[in-house]
Write a protein that binds this ligand. Structure first.
Ligand code: G6P
Length: 361
């Protein structure tokens, strides 16, 4: 409704949309709840369960959500997944499996590069599912099935709440298929998502800390690096994109293990490095990465799950289910980008050269 798109007392839509994220998670729980569980419509369940491989197609932030979605479908439901950048898929179509299902992730549902792929795979006779925030959008109308994000209108060009909604809806879909196909599950997604909503709220309530970090690390920085391993790697890509989009700081997200294969050459006195540490199995490795960059003069800020704290500047996240950490760890990165853009007097909601939805190929 109209009140959803008023800025109210907020200086920017982006900050308002970041703040809405706990509500968005709760809305998704409500929209997808069925009794004690969260699930998706039976026809979508059937399409997912019958596929021998899922092909996720998306661009920008939605592509980053797709990378997490792959982990959900593989780790929770046991279905193999490929994730493709929509523009690349157009020229570089992979060899397809026997029973593929295509999943288009798009906040707007209008991205031309993604639509081009949808048209092509429809010609080939394949089925498709669109995960979008906009009911009645082109990708939603033209695909066989739709899952809605229930995030409310997203106005700021830099996507925040839609990303979190995409990741949450993909988790719901993966969880629902797992239940459908009889995979043993040792957690209750509905409960875990409620914990996530609270975890996000805790970060939002301490945004002053993120404002300070943005000032200390990024006010005059030329570049910045985001590192992580496993799921944190996917989030580091999104953290770097957010910072680029609105602060124009050259930023790169990469896998911690790749540091030694090139990027460490760029670390100088004062280079900002944001390290994500939410995945227990790689805690020691990421700690090693932080030591390596600090030894070369970097300013390292660690974003760690409770219990994985590090010495030095460390933002501690309230514990959530390990698969759901991307929903929480991205929030401080969004806020740090927001405040960095403010400190640098950038136009937060309407960054130069960018459009909210890109309807040209
Ligand atoms: C544009 C926006 C990005 C968005 C991308 C994909 O570049 O500025 O924020 O991630 O398009 O948009 P979609 O609507 O398909 O998710």
């Amino acid at each position: 409704d109209a009140s959803d798109i008023e800025k109210g007392t907020y200086p920017h839509y982006m900050l308002k949309e970041i703040d809405e994220q706990p509500t968005v998670i709760r809305k998704i729980i409500q929209a997808y709840e069925q009794g004690e569980d969260v699930t998706v419509d039976a026809d979508i369940l059937k399409a997912l369960a019958e596929a021998d491989r899922l092909y996720i197609i998306a661009a920008g932030t939605s592509y980053h959500a797709g990378l997490i979605g792959k982990q959900y479908f593989e780790k929770i439901a046991g279905i193999p997944v490929e994730v493709h950048i929509s523009s690349e898929f157009g020229y570089n179509m992979p060899l397809l499996s026997k029973k593929p299902l295509f999943i288009f992730i798009s906040q707007s549902g209008e991205t031309a590069d993604s639509r081009q792929v949808l048209v092509k795979i429809k010609e080939l006779g394949y089925k498709s599912l669109t995960v979008t925030n906009v009911q009645g959008s082109t990708l939603s109308r033209e695909a066989d099935y739709t899952l809605l994000l229930h995030a409310g209108p997203e106005i700021a060009v830099a996507s925040t709440k839609a990303y979190v909604a995409q990741v949450a809806v993909l988790a719901v879909a993966a969880y629902a298929v797992a239940k459908e196909t009889g995979v043993a599950l040792d957690f209750d997604l509905k409960q875990e998502l409620a914990i996530v909503a609270n975890g996000i709220q805790t970060i939002i309530d301490s945004k002053d800390e993120m404002e300070q970090i943005a000032e200390d690390y990024l006010k005059i920085a030329r570049n910045a690096f985001f590192i992580g391993r496993n799921m944190d790697f996917c989030v580091s890509l999104e953290g770097a994109l957010k910072l680029k989009e609105i602060s124009y700081i050259q930023a790169e997200g990469f896998a911690g293990g790749e540091l030694k294969h090139g990027t460490i050459a760029l670390i100088e006195e004062g280079t900002p490095v944001f390290a994500l540490a939410t995945q227990k199995d790689v805690a020691l490795n990421i700690r090693g990465n932080v030591k390596e960059v600090v030894a070369r003069g970097a300013n390292a800020c660690i974003i760690a799950m409770e219990g994985m704290e590090e010495e030095g500047d460390c933002l501690v996240l309230a514990p959530v289910h390990e698969l759901l950490t991307p929903l929480v760890s991205v929030v401080p990165l969004q806020l740090i980008s927001y405040y960095a853009a403010l400190h640098r007097r950038c136009d937060v909601d309407k960054p130069r050269n960018l459009a909210k939805s890109v309807t040209v190929e």
